[in-house]
Design a protein around this ligand. Sequence first.
Ligand code: HEC
Ligand code: HEC
Length: 91
Amino acid sequence: MAGGVIATLIVLSLVSRKPKPVLAIPEHATVTIETTRVDCLVCHDPTVEGTVAPLKPVHPHVWKKEQVACTTCHVVPEGGLAQAAGKNRER
Ligand code: HEC
Ligand code: HEC
């Protein structure tokens, strides 16, 4: 039941707007498909003051559901972003 509601919400928000893939930036270097929403929210939580990239108020509200992973909508390349992030910044 609850799962159905969440699935419907996800589908509804997916058809209305397109979520961007997780960018290959140094901040995302540790992100993999296994990264949990809690780890994303360290930087993206709009309810915590001082996060580097807080979600906009217009962000689909499904993000607040603990059962929904950010990566359900925001695609992370297989193998994670460490490589991509490294390519962007010569080390
Ligand atoms: C160490 C901090 C940090 C973590 C952890 C982090 N991000 Fe980010 N994220 C950022 C920063 C900084 C930006 C860039 C904001 C900007 O350029 O406006 C960003 C941008 C984004 C964007 C916007 C892409 C775009 O094109 O506008 C998405 C989507 C995103 N992150 C998703 C995620 C997801 C999903 C996770 C967890 C799997 C995550 N982030 C974890 C710091 C982080
Ligand atoms: C239901 C799908 C969905 C889920 C789940 C989701 N997002 Fe998004 N996200 C979107 C969409 C759609 C946008 C808006 C893209 C646009 O307006 O161009 C977006 C935009 C963003 C952006 C760009 C800045 C902004 O606020 O518009 C960031 C950063 C982001 N999401 C991070 C996250 C994080 C972190 C989580 C998990 C806590 C998450 N998202 C969960 C669909 C989702």
